[in-house]
Design a binder for this molecule. Structure first.
Ligand code: DMJ
Length: 509
């Protein structure tokens, strides 16, 4: 397909700018031709980009990078600390994935060094990880949410550390991250409403917010993906995923009152905020992946698939709604509060979806003979000149990957070409609005075209956004979903089976 060459050119453009103006620093500042060290100063964009190079067949660029990688010491000054979550998903995930794709031994050696240097984060009374660690002294530090850990941060290290345990045989890698899984399995949580913040000392919930957005997002991924990565051998992860998804379907999915758009929000003490984050657009991809891999009842498979389809469509429509062709980072939906007494009538479609809770509307729609498509799945026209059924709270587009990640998974799991067309439209908008002479830049508002550019190019743009777009435009499945699992930074890790001695050593039943 035409698109993959254009995406590869985009990657090379960004990479050459980074290499010329930023390496060995972390990220390129694409307007000022400067660099910034915001993730330990070890060259995060390079490590985050390695597997994308291999997937795109950019072997010269990949092998030219090996000398830089071999000299990485992961050292920090006394007053600096590596943020555990970001360091794991970007550096550790990047090294492990590039090793799996290239078999270059230095990459595994570096992953092993880094994995060990980060271990002091687990030295807490509960076993939940501290926010950050000095890789030389082992001293740890809290983040802004002192005394607590975010759900996403506690549950987004299992893929990397379990794979590392499998490659190295080091028991501490498995034990530390499995302890977190045990904490979650044993936690006294109603339904699957796992809150976004947990107390570090006691491992009990700190708040009552349930979300798939910031603070929680990748935790959801790591439940299903642990089960997939280990060839379905860890039922605990699958059971937790199913509990949580049932709660998402029941409590977080709403339909907007005007255009009947399906969206996912968060609740605090059961009250929805009606915020819809770009970050949450990973969810349709995860749901469709689960629907195609899990042993679900026909009913659950249908619900997971419908939710995936409706949510992915809304993620797409919000891009198409804007003059720039890009989507804002966060919107607040113009929702009608759920009164619990809405009566659905086929004759009164304007009243049809006003109450909001998606699952309730699905039930009512089914009670009335399932006319047309399920609630929230109707594909309507974009509203470029308004009115829309939301307001942008964070109007910028930060080169984020979640929507195109879901388009890729929707296309691979359903075979429907429309997701490729939508991905192509997003890529064209990225080219038009965010390209600079030396890279790509986030924009401060998607309402304007040309969009005002910001002096930043996050490493996930090359790790994730361009990788998923490249994969989307390839007929060949370069990374087959039945053999690889993407970590939350889009680094593919190979599915493996625990060997008999590993099962014995790690206590896997
Ligand atoms: C990435 O670093 C990861 O996808 C993370 O899980 C969420 N945020 C960014 C991309 O938006």
């Amino acid at each position: 397909m035409r698109g993959r060459f254009a995406v590869k050119d985009a990657f090379l453009h960004a990479y050459r700018g980074y290499r010329e103006y930023a390496l060995p620093h972390d990220e390129l500042l694409p307007l000022s031709s400067q660099s910034v060290d915001n993730f330990n100063g070890w060259g995060v964009t390079l490590v985050d980009s390695l597997d994308t190079m291999l997937i795109m067949g950019l072997y010269d660029e990949f092998y030219d990078s090996m000398s830089v990688i071999s000299n990485m010491s992961f050292a920090l000054k006394n007053d600096s600390y590596a943020p555990f979550f970001e360091t794991v998903i970007r550096y550790l995930g990047g090294l492990l994935s590039a090793h799996a794709l290239s078999h270059e031994p230095v990459l595994l050696a570096k992953a092993d060094d880094l994995g060990r240097m980060l271990l002091p984060v687990f030295n807490t009374s509960s076993g939940l990880p501290m926010y950050a660690v000095n890789t030389i002294t082992g001293e740890t530090r809290s983040g802004w949410a002192s005394g607590t850990v975010l759900w996403a941060e506690a549950l987004s290290c299992q893929l990397e550390y379990k794979y590392l345990a499998h490659l190295t045989g080091r028991r501490e890698y498995f034990d530390n991250v499995e302890k977190i899984m045990d904490i979650m399995r044993d936690a006294n949580i109603e339904e699957g409403l796992f809150p976004t913040k947990w107390r570090l000392t006691t491992a009990i919930p700190y708040n009552s917010q349930f979300s798939v957005g910031a603070f929680a997002d990748s935790a959801h991924e790591y439940l299903l993906k642990q089960w997939l990565l280990t060839s379905g051998s860890e039922a605990k992860a699958k059971d937790l995923y199913l509990r949580v998804v049932n709660s998402i379907l029941k409590h977080l999915l709403y339909v907007s009152p005007n255009r009947n758009l399906l969206y996912v929000t968060d609740v605090d003490h059961g009250v929805p905020s009606h915020t819809f984050e770009h970050l949450s657009c990973f969810l349709p991809g995860l749901l469709t992946l689960g629907a195609h891999t899990l042993p679900l009842s026909p009913r659950d498979r249908q619900l997971h698939s419908w939710a995936a389809q409706g949510l992915a469509y809304t993620c797409w429509l919000i891009y198409a709604d804007h003059p720039s062709g890009l989507a804002p980072d966060e919107v607040v939906m113009n929702a009608v509060p759920y009164a619990g007494n809405t009566s659905y009538t086929v004759d009164n479609p304007s009243h049809e979806y006003t109450a909001g809770v998606w699952l309730e509307h699905v039930k009512e729609w089914e009670n009335h003979g399932s006319p047309g498509v399920p609630p929230g799945l109707e594909e309507i026209s974009p509203a470029v000149s308004g009115p829309r059924d939301y307001l942008a709270r964070k109007p910028g587009y930060l080169l984020r990957p979640e929507a195109v990640e879901s388009f890729y998974l929707m296309w691979r799991t359903t075979g429907d070409e429309k997701w490729r067309e939508r991905g192509w439209a997003v890529f064209e908008a990225i080219q038009k609005e965010t390209k600079t002479p030396i890279g790509y830049a986030s924009v401060s508002t998607v309402e304007q075209s040309p969009s005002p550019q910001l002096d930043e190019m996050p490493s996930f743009f090359m790790a994730e956004t361009l990788k998923y777009l490249y994969l989307l435009f390839n007929d060949e499945e370069i990374i087959p979903l039945d053999r690889w699992v993407f970590n939350t930074e889009a680094h593919p890790l190979p599915i493996f089976e625990w060997t008999p001695w590993e099962k014995k050593q790690y206590g896997i039943k």
